[in-house]
Design a protein around this ligand. Structure first.
Ligand code: BDR
Ligand code: CA
Length: 313
């Protein structure tokens, strides 16, 4: 048995969030000790419901799912129904979840769990706006030393933004939370648009999931076919970037990825570039790096890994 890495997935499912959760639950290297939900792609009551649905789809109703912050720290919530549909997981037919959310608020659970942990025992994988993580850090700064690293999907530098010309959705929704996280001193691995746009999912690959003939394969394929349409129509890309599973793939097979240690700061004041991740790629400010900014991926290896793992569910 491989030694398992303890992770917490903080998420706003979301089609690509769903695939990230499935990938993690299919991977023996990872022990998902909890899933914390945040408002983002759709409002909180839907992201929490969707997280329950995805854990149940994976055959893991035992995974603890917590509902967290229903709005960003300072700004009004911005959602993404245009991409993820009204439910956040449009595409397949879903029966209501059979399980229940945990009673505790996600931020309380994060603080309690991290305080109880050894130094660097837990890895955080935020794949939505960073509100829950930042709120936990503000409530109890001592939790920072308990986190091994934060492997997060968010930001964009070389390819710009996707919700505004300058900002990627997760950072734009709660830039103040992202600012807290980037200043926390916890080692960060960023999976920005710069890398997720280099692994485009084709309809042929989606069909291979359908061909698995399993419930996970069928629902994943229906989810991704729905999700794929937006990028094909809007950007004219060959397929859509499936952003969030990059965080989980990095934890399983880091060699698939290449990045650079850099200093990143989040814009929280300008209305034009709100939520921009300002990456000092060439060290102009001579600051200590706070982040591994990932910008290259072995895309074939990434899709093979996802296929192999989803096939086991
Ligand atoms: C991010 O925004 C969301 O719509 C996706 O789930 C992903 O986390 C990509 O910008
Ligand atoms: Ca997400």
């Amino acid at each position: 048995m491989v030694e398992q890495k303890k992770i917490i997935i903080d998420t706003d499912p979301g089609h690509d969030d769903a695939i990230a959760i499935l990938l993690a639950l299919a991977s023996p290297e990872l022990d998902v000790i909890g899933v914390t939900c945040v408002a983002g792609n759709v409002p909180l009551h839907l992201t929490a419901r969707n997280a329950l649905l995805v854990c149940e789809l994976a055959g893991r109703p035992d995974v603890k799912v917590f509902s967290g912050c229903d709005r960003p720290m300072v700004r009004k919530l911005v959602t993404a129904e245009a991409i993820h549909g009204e439910t956040g997981l449009d595409g397949p037919q879903w029966d209501p979840p059979t399980g229940q959310l945990q009673d505790q608020h996600a931020v309380d659970w994060l603080v309690e769990t991290l305080l109880d942990a050894e130094d660097k025992e837990i890895t955080l994988c935020p794949v939505g706006p960073l509100t829950n993580i930042a709120m936990a850090l503000v409530r109890e700064p001592k939790i920072a030393s308990k986190v091994d690293q934060i492997v997060s999907m968010g930001g964009g530098y070389f390819v710009g933004g996707n919700i505004t010309p300058a900002a990627e959705f997760n950072i734009f929704v709660d830039p103040h939370a992202a600012d807290v996280v980037y200043r926390s001193g916890i080692p960060i691995v960023a999976m920005p648009l710069d890398v997720t746009h280099k692994a485009l999912m084709t309809q042929d690959w989606i069909q291979t999931l359908e061909d698995l003939g399993t419930e996970v394969g069928r629902k994943s394929s229906q989810l991704l076919s729905f999700y794929n349409r937006f990028d094909l129509e809007r950007y004219g890309m060959a397929g859509s970037p499936v952003h969030d599973p990059a965080t989980i793939a990095y934890l399983i097979e880091p060699d698939l990825y290449t990045g650079k240690e850099v200093y990143v700061e989040v814009e929280t004041r300008s209305s034009l570039t709100m939520g921009m991740t300002v990456v000092d790629y060439w060290g102009a400010r001579r600051k200590e790096p706070n982040c591994l900014w990932v910008s290259k991926v072995n895309d074939e290896g990434f899709f093979q890994l996802m296929y192999d793992r989803l096939a086991t569910l």
